[in-house]
Design a protein around this ligand. Structure first.
Ligand SMILES: [Zn+2]
Length: 54
Protein backbone atom coordinates (compact mmCIF):
# COMPACT_ATOMS: atom_id res chain seq x y z
CA UNK A 1 0.00 0.00 0.00
CA UNK A 2 1.30 3.43 -0.90
CA UNK A 3 0.97 6.30 1.54
CA UNK A 4 2.23 9.86 1.52
CA UNK A 5 4.33 11.32 4.31
CA UNK A 6 2.65 14.47 5.68
CA UNK A 7 6.03 16.05 6.42
CA UNK A 8 8.18 15.54 3.32
CA UNK A 9 5.46 14.50 0.85
CA UNK A 10 7.36 11.36 -0.11
CA UNK A 11 5.36 8.35 -1.29
CA UNK A 12 6.20 5.36 0.85
CA UNK A 13 5.23 1.74 0.28
CA UNK A 14 4.15 0.08 3.53
CA UNK A 15 3.37 -3.56 4.21
CA UNK A 16 0.98 -5.23 6.61
CA UNK A 17 3.89 -5.45 9.02
CA UNK A 18 4.00 -1.68 9.41
CA UNK A 19 2.69 -0.50 12.76
CA UNK A 20 0.34 2.02 11.13
CA UNK A 21 -0.91 -0.26 8.35
CA UNK A 22 -4.29 -1.01 9.94
CA UNK A 23 -4.93 2.62 10.76
CA UNK A 24 -4.03 3.74 7.24
CA UNK A 25 -5.92 0.91 5.56
CA UNK A 26 -9.03 1.89 7.51
CA UNK A 27 -8.51 5.59 6.88
CA UNK A 28 -6.31 6.54 3.90
CA UNK A 29 -6.35 10.14 5.05
CA UNK A 30 -4.87 9.35 8.45
CA UNK A 31 -1.63 11.15 9.08
CA UNK A 32 1.44 9.19 8.03
CA UNK A 33 5.01 10.17 8.83
CA UNK A 34 7.84 8.26 7.14
CA UNK A 35 10.68 6.77 9.13
CA UNK A 36 13.18 9.51 8.42
CA UNK A 37 10.73 12.26 9.39
CA UNK A 38 9.66 10.32 12.49
CA UNK A 39 13.32 10.22 13.51
CA UNK A 40 13.65 13.98 13.13
CA UNK A 41 10.46 14.58 15.12
CA UNK A 42 11.45 12.29 17.98
CA UNK A 43 14.92 13.85 18.08
CA UNK A 44 13.44 17.33 18.35
CA UNK A 45 10.95 16.18 20.99
CA UNK A 46 13.62 14.53 23.12
CA UNK A 47 15.71 17.70 23.03
CA UNK A 48 12.69 19.75 24.08
CA UNK A 49 13.85 22.24 21.51
CA UNK A 50 10.84 23.12 19.43
CA UNK A 51 11.36 26.45 17.78
CA UNK A 52 8.47 28.87 17.56
CA UNK A 53 9.85 31.46 15.20
CA UNK A 54 7.32 33.36 13.19
ZN1 LIG B 1 8.81 12.07 5.47
Amino acid sequence: MKVKCIMCGKDVEITKLHKDYKKLAANPHAAFVCESCALIVSRQASRGNILEKK
